[in-house]
Write a protein that binds this ligand. Structure first.
Ligand SMILES: CC(C)(COP(=O)(O)OP(=O)(O)OC[C@H]1O[C@@H](n2cnc3c(N)ncnc32)[C@H](O)[C@@H]1OP(=O)(O)O)[C@@H](O)C(=O)NCCC(=O)NCCS
Length: 309
């Protein structure tokens, strides 16, 4: 599509990754592998060009062999361009790409953007993030939540085993789903809070059950006589070892059990000699953020999530 000497089109394939990567972002280094493994498709990777200069880009991510785009995780504009012109170009590109890529009338996939932890304090990063959010807002998206991205490294001490809780494997998916459902009662997590009671099943089936890492890493924490207190799901996703999910059951909150359970989850992964453990939690989930900090996790980035209603 060509308007005012601006060309908007998807890339042709991996041979155009250099062109697509003219705008900087932490995900650039993953694009080649994502394309090779089917987590991205050229027709989901859109560029706005003037001549051979990249002015804006947008791209979706999915699971390999997934049906359609799952997350809109690249929306960039040339920040050095003058005036508000670059935001306008971003909006036009995103609208064009969405119309061509997403099923008519469907709710667009969530937008996710990694940003520096102190992005609001620095004028340059603040403008970079706010310009992208402006592009999203002008296509109808609204901020859902800001999240902390956390990382534990093997140089940090491995947290001590709990003296008051016992850990055992998860019997089956049903047991875990039942515990997950009881956790949603009173969660501080924005994604959880928004969901229906079936959210536990959906979360389990869409995410946890799909990890190919061993299920015997999963742990249920109990009191010595066997009553469940919480659980932790250490796993490996396509990129990193992660704490995929962790929780304390509502009736056991406020006793600091989260420290014991996070220690166990971290130790399960540390025993695999992983180079790092990644995790994330909502900025507003202060008890969880504090627990990660106590366990030696560093907040290396934040994440902005925006959604269309
Ligand atoms: C976040 C969570 C793991 C904290 O677990 P926890 O073992 O209760 O943590 P703590 O004992 O450190 O308590 C944290 C705070 O919760 C609050 N709290 C105390 N009793 C509570 C209760 N009965 N119910 C809820 N919150 C309580 C207190 O403010 C406490 O802070 P304090 O240190 O000033 O006392 C737990 O609330 C939870 O499972 N939430 C839902 C799932 C979730 O958010 N998981 C993280 C996804 S990344």
């Amino acid at each position: 599509m060509k308007t005012n000497d601006l060309t908007m089109r998807p890339i042709t394939g991996c041979e155009e990754l250099d062109l697509f990567s003219q705008l900087p972002y932490v995900l650039n280094e993953e694009l080649a592998d994502d394309l090779a493994t089917g987590r991205r498709r050229p027709e989901w990777m859109w560029v706005a060009l003037r001549g051979d200069r990249l002015l804006a880009r947008a791209a979706w991510w999915s699971r390999p062999a997934g049906d359609g785009p799952l997350i809109l995780d690249v929306v960039d504009i040339e920040d050095s361009a003058s005036g508000s012109d670059h935001v306008d170009i971003g909006v036009r590109l995103l609208q064009t790409a969405m119309a061509a890529t997403l099923p008519n009338g469907s709710r667009p996939p969530e937008y996710s953007r990694f940003v520096p932890p102190d992005w609001r304090e620095n004028a340059v990063t603040r403008l970079t993030v706010e310009n992208r959010m402006a592009v999203l807002e002008r296509t109808g998206a609204r901020l859902l939540v800001e999240r902390l991205r956390l990382e534990w490294r093997p140089e940090s001490p491995v947290p001590e085993p709990s003296r008051r809780l016992v850990f055992r494997p998860v019997h089956d998916g049903e047991e875990l789903v039942a515990l997950m459902a009881s956790v949603l009662d009173g969660t501080l997590d924005a994604h959880g809070r928004e969901s229906a009671p079936e959210a536990a099943v959906r979360h389990y089936e869409d995410e946890l059950a799909r990890y190919t890492s061993p299920r015997d890493w999963w742990r249920i924490a109990t009191l010595p006589h066997g009553e469940p207190v919480g659980f932790v799901i250490p796993a490996r996703n396509d990129y990193n070892p992660i704490i995929a999910y962790i929780a304390v059951l509502p009736s056991h909150r406020g006793n600091g059990y989260i420290d014991d359970i996070l220690a166990e989850g971290t130790r399960v992964l540390a025993e695999q000699h992983v180079p790092r453990v990644r995790a994330s939690t909502d900025l507003g989930n202060i008890p969880m953020a504090n627990a990660f900090q106590r366990a030696g996790y560093i907040n290396f980035e934040r994440q902005i999530n925006m959604t269309w209603s």
